[in-house]
Design a protein around this ligand. Structure first.
Ligand SMILES: Cc1cc2nc3c(=O)[nH]c(=O)nc-3n(C[C@H](O)[C@H](O)[C@H](O)COP(=O)(O)OP(=O)(O)OC[C@H]3O[C@@H](n4cnc5c(N)ncnc54)[C@H](O)[C@@H]3O)c2cc1C
Length: 503
């Protein structure tokens, strides 16, 4: 039926409530059964009965609405060629600046990988994201298992020996590098449902590295496969009500039992991403020797409670109470009293992953703005015909490109440096780039809301992505080290290698 051809004269005859057709980009839709349930009311539709409604449709709806109602398509107008690109799962956008430049016609060995990850996100995750975000529900065991099987979870923790057992999207273990990992973070950030994105392993990205970098062989052997296969979930529990930026002020205690075989942990942790549904907690505690990292398993004495933040509860942001929790001493990550080093070691990777997501979501917002400004007619002209709107696009595009290039440079350095060298040489630049990219988010959010107008602050519909961004862009500026701390750290690190030079 959808292959049938109609003349415009034939379409025009179907202009009544009893038989209501219209044309969108050459496709003929019979919406007779839909008119009365149209969310915007039937009235607005009547003046387009039997006519071409392409412009009015795209002036008011996102393309995904067409895909949702594709069952009403009955054919095409004879001789009409499609003028508007239909999005295909995994497709790379051709909108200027909407992808890193090396995807827009430049060469890259990572092209295939990005397409596969994007396809997975759009086919396996996106269809359930909106409902999960609305319901505030974390991911199902089934989705986690699928991500594990595809190697999406392992891709998010980066290159390492586990890649042999959990290869990511078919990339041979020895070829997988930090650019692949960056792509995995970038693509998940394009989901446009920030809380659901974070529910899919944000806790693992920061909670598993202390285990594989500092855990005993026995711990690694047990925990890493459980987590990367998607069977178990892990998070990082550092922050407390009185220890946020000031990590050294951690108050949770771990006291050795008399036989020396266990610690008894007491204390609270605040804002722990994925905490409500995690099985394991890489936790900072204070022993008699000082700050120490311990792997704590959910069990007696561990309670997690949801903290409501600006985004949905699916990310499982938790307040955790540990009451007399018995933890084997073998669960120490690193050395007793040397937890601060473990925490610092972990921070670079965490911050770099946050930057990847921030730059990617800024870019997606830019793409939405360019598309919108190019289709929205105001005072009879496209928004892009206004110099001040082009200026806002220029402001966003130039700063996003700058962040992307710095990010790619850092990723290249990570790919070519040992982890210990990265910690030494990249901590400062990563801190400064985190500071810069989240400052850019602030401007992107502001510019984007102005370009979208009322839609930019309306949930759902044309401005959905912009509204979600302006509600959540601040997360990146606070988690993993806030902007003020990042700016300061970046400069302090730089001054460490200051030569004794003079003006
Ligand atoms: C949604 C969410 C998820 C999180 N997930 C996790 C998680 O999974 N695991 C975890 O351990 N933690 C997590 N955190 C905690 C996060 O890392 C902290 O919120 C962050 O480190 C800042 O600490 P704070 O909020 O206590 O702010 P504070 O430390 O109280 O700082 C308040 C403000 O003062 C500024 N400030 C502080 N010190 C200075 C200074 N010396 N100079 C100038 N300005 C300063 C800060 O920049 C900040 O803007 C999460 C937080 C949120 C909100």
């Amino acid at each position: 039926m959808a292959d049938k051809r109609f003349t415009l004269e034939e379409v025009a005859k179907h202009n009544t409530k009893e038989s209501f057709w219209l044309v969108i980009d050459g496709e003929v839709y019979d919406i007779t059964k839909f008119v009365d349930v149209h969310p915007g009311g039937a009235q607005i539709l009547y003046e387009h009965a039997g006519k071409d409604a392409t412009e009015i449709f795209y002036g008011l709806h996102r393309q995904e609405v067409l895909l949702k109602y594709k069952r009403f398509k009955i054919g095409r107008v004879e001789g009409a060629e499609p003028q508007i690109e239909m999005h295909q799962p995994g497709a790379i956008s051709g909108v200027p600046y909407s992808e890193p430049s090396f995807w827009l016609g430049y060469k890259s060995p990572y092209f295939k990988f990005r397409k596969e990850v994007r396809k997975f996100v759009e086919e396996e995750i996106k269809p359930i994201a909106a409902a999960s975000e609305e319901a505030g529900k974390g991911p199902s065991a089934e989705l986690y298992a699928k991500m594990g099987a595809a190697g999406f979870l392992s891709a998010r923790v980066g290159p390492g020996p586990w890649m042999k057992f959990f290869p990511a999207f078919g990339v041979p273990a020895e070829e997988f590098d930090y650019f692949h990992e960056q792509i995995a973070h970038e693509e998940l950030a394009r989901l446009t449902y920030p809380s659901f994105s974070d529910s899919l392993g944000a806790g693992m990205v920061i909670g598993l590295p202390p285990v594989f970098n500092f855990g005993s062989d026995a711990l690694k052997k047990k925990i890493v496969p459980e987590v990367l296969s998607g069977k178990k979930r892990i998070c990082l529990a550092i922050t407390e009500p009185f220890a946020g930026s000031d990590v050294a002020n951690i108050q949770a205690t771990a006291t050795r039992t008399e036989d020396g075989k266990f610690f008894i942990v007491n204390g609270v942790k605040k804002w722990i991403t994925n905490g409500t549904f995690s099985d394991y907690f890489s936790t900072a505690v204070r022993t008699e020797k000082g700050i120490t990292m311990l792997l704590i398993e959910r069990g007696e004495g561990v309670e997690t409670e949801q903290i409501k933040t600006s985004y949905s509860s699916c990310a499982g942001t938790a307040y955790i109470t540990f009451t007399n929790v018995k933890v084997p001493v073998e669960n120490i990550l690193g050395k007793d009293g040397k937890g601060f080093q473990v925490i610092m070691y972990n921070f670079n990777h965490e911050r770099w992953s946050i930057i990847s997501a921030v730059v990617s979501s800024n870019r997606l917002v830019l793409e939405e703005c360019i598309k919108w400004a190019n289709q929205r007619l105001v005072f009879g002209k496209k928004l892009t015909s206004q110099a001040i709107i082009r200026f806002k696009i220029a402001n966003m595009a130039s700063k996003i490109e700058a962040c992307q290039h710095w990010l790619d440079n850092i990723t290249y350095q990570m790919t070519n440096m040992k982890y210990s060298e990265q910690a030494l040489r990249l901590a400062g630049p990563i801190a400064l780039l985190k500071f810069l990219s989240t400052r850019v988010s602030t401007e992107v959010s502001d510019d984007a809301c102005q370009i979208l107008g009322g839609r930019g602050i309306t949930k759902g519909g044309m401005g959905r992505v912009i509204e979600a961004h302006q509600r959540t862009f601040k997360y990146g500026s606070i988690l993993g080290g806030s902007e003020e701390i990042m700016a300061d750290l970046g400069v302090r690190q730089a001054l460490r290698s200051m030569p004794n030079s003079r003006l």
